[in-house]
Design a protein around this ligand. Sequence first.
Ligand code: ADP
Ligand code: MG
Length: 498
Amino acid sequence: MRKAAVGATVICAAAVCAAAAVVVRQRMKSSSKWARAMAILKELDEKCETPLGKLRQVADAMTVEMHAGLASEGGSKLKMLISYVDNLPTGDEHGLFYALDLGGTNFRVLRVKLGGKEKGVVQQEFDEVSIPPELMVGTSEELFDYIAAALAKFVATEGEGLHPEPNRQRELGFTFSFPVKQTSIASGTLIRWTKGFSIEDTVGEDVVAELTKAMKRKGVDMRVTALVNDTVGTLAGGRYTKGNVIAAVILGTGTNAAYVERASAIPKWHGPLPRSGEMVINMEWGNFRSSHLPLTEYDIALDEESLNPGEQIYEKMISGMYLGEMVRRVLCKMAEEASFFGDTVPPKLKTPFILRTPDMSAMHHDTSPDLKVVASKLKDVLGIPNTSLKVRKVIVDICDIIASRGACLSAAGILGIIKKLGKDALKQGENQKSVIALDGGLFEHYAKFRECMEDSLKELLGDEIADTIVVEHSNDGSGIGAALLAASHSQYLEEEES
Ligand code: ADP
Ligand code: MG
């Protein structure tokens, strides 16, 4: 009995010791796991660094690529596409015009009534329609039929005073924000899809012809008089309302830029173009890449697993489609290698693109002391309940690192354009400010991103030059801009002038 009791005590003591050892081991394990997580964070931070010197190198590389892309076909990752827009809106445009803006997850149809110099945009109406994901990877006919059907519905709602003049066909500016090889102001063939679209039978086709066929099928009597993309549209819209716009940059689902080039700087191989005056160039800068870009293992994996590996590298580091996904990838590594969310990797965290940039932005802007927005996003979006404050703080840090890198790199790109135009130095006698028109959901809604981009650009330019450059949000410039370009390229223009 006694023996047994002693034995039991011994067993008990051994069990206590073992339990204590487990606790100690677990503590050690959890502290070493935390250290591992911190090491991953630190490495991310270092790899994503964008000191001014690096940003200047990126800007210089952008300028060099701009020259190279203009100089010869295929001379650069930057396509530097001629937009055929050499007459930006003057303000004289008048009449009813339509625009259709397709470039991401939603498309918009709008109509505006233009009243010339005195009245400007008299009236405008729009409708926004989301694109079902299956249509983004289906056939050309399905996608364009869907768009034309929405357009037909919108045309049917023309209200009082918003009808075309008698015996006139409705005219449309088509904002199509994918790389297009333009063949005239109102025609162009698709080079490739981006931003999650992949519809093989459209590549190489004239997108205006595709739309026109679909409009016919859906009974819409309308003529496309201008084919542009969102950057060119934003630039045109900016010129109309904001004066001396020299470039437009889109930071939305994707990213791109257009700028106004001296026609005399455009080499002859581009074809029979006016060699005097101005020409808007669509850079397709999303495809920029340079050895100076701070690429991480996450960028490389994201690219390899994307629909367009090797392409749009700059876009994948900057734009709204990818920022949230980058954060997810970092969290995934922390979960796998440092048990950041417990012993198992939360299954939802393994789903690509589940963490969208608006969710990332909401977490990044969380100012509550206990970071309750972060907690609720983790729970609702990633299915991770009960996180500690310490963990949530790390998540905000990751958002900050990824967003700041994107913002600084976009500022460097803008500096590249400013340099190409020679506006990075003060010129005697020039006192008109240059405007860069910015648009896109990322720029509009992600305040920390926007502030960081603007601060970084100021810093890169220096105070004196920064005073001569204005960054302006051109709210929905692209839609209005396309309608304005439809107007300035109207089939009835000559008739009116004569
Ligand atoms: P698109 O580029 O598709 O034409 P937008 O310019 O409206 O459309 O941009 C939409 C993109 O903007 C979204 O894909 C998203 O990445 C980003 N975005 C929208 N809202 C927010 C937000 N609140 N915070 C951060 N990013 C946002
Ligand atoms: Mg857009």
